[in-house]
Design a protein around this ligand. Structure first.
Ligand code: ADP
Length: 237
């Protein structure tokens, strides 16, 4: 598995690097190129370098979440890890005229966890829901309490996922449609990050989907109770 992963990473990194090299060489080899063409090539070069940096940053996140010491344990109100990243997606939803509903409870849902990692769970799921939902669709993000667990649901009215892919989409670099995912700036690592973070918090993640109708991703995380956190303050006498 490790060998496969190294081979996949190398391939994923080589693709944008090769594209950048080819684009830069084309520009260098043709000093008479029109300004318009040069700009087009430079934009492509920028897109490929952005892709490269997304892959590297996703790989670093994965590797941090895989090591015990990498996962921080702070007192977190889960509403912040849901509402804040979901609200950051509002402009993207607006561009696509997607109705984005964000529902969180009135009361805090305290737990101990990695704030950054938990925010990534929401931002990756909401980002995907918006990516794979056509214009004028609907996405609902909701957080609720289910006994001693917190339930995060991200439901979309998008393209859906065929049953044969459902087990595999949480694997690193697995995409249903590679060209489409790349075109949309996907790294193929988003859901593997979601899974890693959720496992690091002793939770579970699942998906239900109907092709052509939409998908619902569900994350269950243990929450110790609704008690306010123990805030330790040292008072200088
Ligand atoms: P990517 O960067 O390609 O979006 P992910 O790991 O986030 O990578 O997702 C893996 C694949 O799962 C995607 O390429 C896509 O095919 C599928 N997928 C993820 N979320 C959704 C969704 N909400 N609707 C339809 N397909 C999805």
């Amino acid at each position: 598995m490790r060998q496969d992963f190294v081979a996949n990473v190398s391939h994923e990194l080589k693709t944008p690097v090769a594209a950048i090299q080819a684009l830069v060489e084309t520009i260098l080899d043709d000093p008479d190129m029109s300004g318009q063409t040069r700009e087009r090539f430079l934009r492509k070069t920028r897109n490929q370098s952005l892709r490269l940096s997304s892959i590297v940053s996703d790989l670093l996140t994965l590797s941090r979440m895989e090591s015990e010491e990498g996962v921080t344990r702070e007192t977190v109100d889960l509403r912040d890890t849901v509402a804040v990243p979901a609200e950051e997606a509002i402009p993207t939803a607006e561009v696509k005229k997607i109705r984005l509903h964000i529902r969180v409870p009135d009361r805090p849902m305290w737990t101990t966890g990695d704030m950054e990692g938990l925010c990534l769970v929401t931002s990756n799921l909401v980002g995907n829901a918006l990516k794979y939902t056509p214009n004028e669709g609907e996405v609902t993000v909701s957080l609720s309490q289910q006994g001693h667990q917190a339930l995060l649901e991200v439901e979309d009215s998008g393209i859906g996922i065929e049953a044969r892919h459902l087990d595999r989409i949480f694997e690193r670099f697995y995409r249903v449609d590679t060209a489409r995912s790349r075109e949309m700036g996907g790294t193929g690592l988003g859901l593997s990050i979601v899974k890693r973070v959720v496992l690091a918090h002793n939770g579970t993640v699942s998906v239900e989907s109907i092709p052509g109708r939409g998908s619902t991703f569900r994350v269950l995380l243990p929450v110790p109770g609704n008690l306010p956190p123990q805030v330790s303050r040292s008072s200088a006498a």
